[in-house]
Ligand binder design. Structure first.
Ligand SMILES: CC(C)(COP(=O)(O)OP(=O)(O)OC[C@H]1O[C@@H](n2cnc3c(N)ncnc32)[C@H](O)[C@@H]1OP(=O)(O)O)[C@@H](O)C(=O)NCCC(=O)NCCS
Length: 146
């Protein structure tokens, strides 16, 4: 599948919001996305298909030497094409450029595909946050790289 990775233009937040609702049971609201987008510590990436539709996105949050991957998602029909890997690669590269050497994230304990993806990028489990997620209530695995 042909795709392109780039910084997300602000007007594509509506497409991201649509995907959030389609993919997650506890999606970020449009307002939360907007407020995160406008935070200078955040960087949003998008993956677009051959028709310039947004089919994936990732959100990075950097503060000095620490960075957090806040979100990664790919539209169901676009999965297993390396898109999430490309998004994370772009986010990690940008974090390193901004001076981050340690990357963190949280993931639902039952989310095997995402945990496999993060392990591939050198993330390792460092802890559990009990009942961190809602809808359904579930533990978060905290992971760290670097
Ligand atoms: C997790 C997710 C982002 C992966 O996106 P993707 O574009 O399909 O991922 P990639 O094609 O880059 O896959 C990279 C690696 O991740 C792992 N992986 C991805 N999907 C997987 C699956 N369904 N089962 C097992 N491993 C999987 C594999 O190791 C894969 O490498 P491989 O294809 O060489 O085997 C996607 O399934 C998704 O959007 N899920 C719902 C949202 C979500 O859970 N986001 C994470 C929140 S923390």
């Amino acid at each position: 599948m042909e795709y392109r990775i780039e910084r997300l233009p602000r007007e594509e937040l509506t497409a991201v919001s649509r995907l959030e609702r389609e993919i997650f049971t506890d999606p970020w609201s449009y307002e939360a996305l907007l407020s995160s987008y406008d935070n200078p510590c955040s960087v949003f990436y998008r993956a677009s298909d051959a028709n310039d539709n947004t089919v994936g996105y990732a959100v990075l949050y950097c503060i000095y030497e620490e960075a957090e991957i806040l979100n990664v998602a790919v539209a169901p029909q676009a999965r297993r094409n390396g898109i999430a890997s490309a998004l994370i690669g772009a986010a990690v590269e940008e974090g390193e450029k901004r001076g981050s050497s340690a990357f963190f994230l949280e993931v639902r304990a039952s989310n095997g595909p995402a945990i496999a993806l993060y392990k591939k990028f050198g993330f390792s489990p460092i802890g559990v946050r009990k009942r961190y997620y809602s809808a359904p209530v579930e533990d978060a695995i905290e992971m760290r790289r670097g």
